[in-house]
Design a protein around this ligand. Sequence first.
Ligand SMILES: [Zn+2]
Length: 194
Amino acid sequence: VRAIDEAAELLSRLPGLGRKSAVRIAYHILKSDESFARALAERIVRLKASIKACSVCGCYSEGDPCEVCSDPGRDRGLICVVEQAQDAASIEQAKEYAGLYHVLGGVIAPLDGVGPEKLRVRELLARLEGVRELIIATNPTVEGDTTALWLQRLIKDTGIVVSRLASGLPVGGDLEYADRLTLSRSFRGRTRVG
Ligand SMILES: [Zn+2]
């Protein structure tokens, strides 16, 4: 049936979904109540329409600037640099960190053709005034470490302290999947690298 194939084709573009799972989901939706299918479709459209990237930090939010950037209670002397917006969301859940964020939008990966110019580096440099510490929370992967080192060298002469999250995060793993306790610990035990 063409409609099922088309729905499955779209679903299979989602991360972690192969063709088989996509077909299974398409059939599942077909069997579900109409209200479920409608709610799912509406939520997806609403997600895209109501949430935007914060023009300051790059985190997703309904307002611009986001809740974190506009919260007067946050420590403006601290900026935590993350690869993706969902990393900042994971850190927020750990409730250990009270500074600001900066989403790079990726990591330096020469093999994939991603140089620093493709990341939100200029935006970061533009907001360093008044900042006393930059916490680099890129993932513990080769690219994450390379990016951290590159940033560390870039701001070496500014006098801003650069720190890296303590180990304990799974090596090669994603910050996104780290549990709250591990994240809290790695924030408290962060080490100065520059
Ligand atoms: Zn923001």
